[in-house]
Design a protein around this ligand. Structure first.
Ligand SMILES: [Zn+2]
Length: 396
């Protein structure tokens, strides 16, 4: 058994403990609390907290870092990404390995990784991160949704299992996946998390309302439009609700366009909103109403999105952007979003996301400046990877 003593212990499940202790045995936490005497490794002026959770990224797009310029129109940004992606097959693996290392080095222990190809599975198996992998399907005019889902299910079944990697199937977005395919995915997914880009751009709202606008034009241009689709004439959350997809398994990623009613509906269903504000700025989707997310009572997780639309995979930097956009939200709630809420949404709530007996000892030590009076506020102010250290080599 090892006991660590730190200037601050942040269990996330409870208030920060000054001079607290975390005891670990066989890769699991056995005790969290006040120092009670006895031998303990003194870590000094650091904050001890659980590893962070990046609830939304696309590791396979890591080779696009800096190659899809920021835009003021999300459909225009997406068109540039599609054109670039078609120029290279498959997605190169080395940047995926580098991105996994970068995420780990900056304090992340768990990711929600969206992948169209599952090429990220083997790099993740060789790396230090746990993951829910969302095998993403796209198909707006798909004639046989069942066949698409079966092929994804077969692909997942062929993977070498690893306890810390949990594959699921996920739809891309309401403007790129048909209603029949949305439902087929949910059916095949069962009790696993269900992630979808939702309420991201104003053009998505327009498309669902009356079937027009830039998304419609893009679908037509790439030959994916079908006249058999009838616009539902409602918002993105109402649309998913009609299809029976609003529940506690739902990760609604982005939510830039969500209204108060939509957030209330998600909160009532126990769903999660994943805030990715840096990506929203880059893609032209806009500024997410993060204070309204928290005020609604919905579970809020945080994601960086992919390196095609963000500078780095440092979740501390993303949390700092959340803090900047939501100055009235307590720092403790933003830290909970960056840890426990993400772990719960990704189906890892029993093992990660907080310092509690029985959970895996993914322990992060963050160096604090001398005289730091508000450790929670400090941690949501942006932390450089150089100040971050993992204590246990591997608790898996
Ligand atoms: Zn995304």
């Amino acid at each position: 058994m090892v006991r660590y003593r730190a200037a601050w212990v942040l269990p996330i499940a409870g208030r920060p403990i000054a001079g607290g202790v975390v005891a670990v045995a066989d890769g699991a936490i056995t005790r969290v609390g006040d120092y009670d005497g006895g031998p303990a490794e003194d870590l000094g002026t650091v904050a001890l907290l659980p590893g962070l959770v990046n609830a939304h990224t696309h590791l396979e797009l890591s080779w696009m870092r800096g190659r899809v310029p920021p835009s003021s129109s999300m459909p225009a940004w997406a068109a540039a990404l599609i054109a670039l992606r078609r120029s290279v097959t498959p997605d190169p693996p080395e940047p995926i390995v580098d991105a996994i290392r970068e995420a780990r080095r900056s304090g992340t222990c768990l990711v929600g990784d969206v992948t169209n190809t599952l090429t990220t599975y083997d790099p993740l198996r060789g790396g230090d991160l746990s993951a829910t992998l969302f095998r993403e399907l796209i198909g707006f005019a798909a004639p046989d949704p069942g066949a698409l889902v079966r092929s994804a299910t077969d692909q997942i079944a062929a993977l070498t299992p690893a306890a810390w990697l949990r594959p699921a199937i996920a739809p891309h977005a309401p403007y790129s996946v048909s209603p029949a395919l949305l439902q087929a995915i949910a059916h095949a997914n069962g009790s696993r998390p269900f992630s979808i880009h939702l309420g991201e751009s104003a053009q998505e709202v327009e498309f669902l309302r009356d079937g027009t606008g830039e998304w419609r034009a893009l679908l037509e241009r790439i030959g994916a439009w079908t006249a058999s689709w009838t616009p539902p004439g409602c918002g993105p959350v109402g649309y998913l609700d009609r299809l029976g997809l609003v529940n506690e398994r739902l990760l609604a990623v982005h939510g830039v366009q969500f209204t108060a009613d939509e957030l209330a509906r998600l909160a009532g269903a126990g769903a999660t909103v994943v805030a990715c504000p840096r990506s929203n700025r880059w893609t032209g989707a806009g500024i997410p109403p993060i204070e309204r997310f928290y005020a609604s009572g919905v579970r809020v997780a945080i994601g960086t999105d992919s390196l095609a639309s963000v500078e780095d995979l440092n979740l501390f930097a993303e949390a700092a952007d959340v803090r900047r956009l939501a100055p009235r939200v307590p720092a403790s709630r933003i830290l909970e979003s960056a840890t426990l809420s993400g772990a719960q949404a990704l189906g890892f709530g029993a093992e990660l996301g907080s310092l509690e007996p029985g959970k895996r000892a993914e322990l992060l030590a963050v160096r604090l400046p001398a005289g730091c009076s508000d450790v929670e506020e400090y941690l949501v102010g942006g932390i450089d990877p150089a100040a971050v250290r993992w204590l246990e080599a591997d608790s898996r």
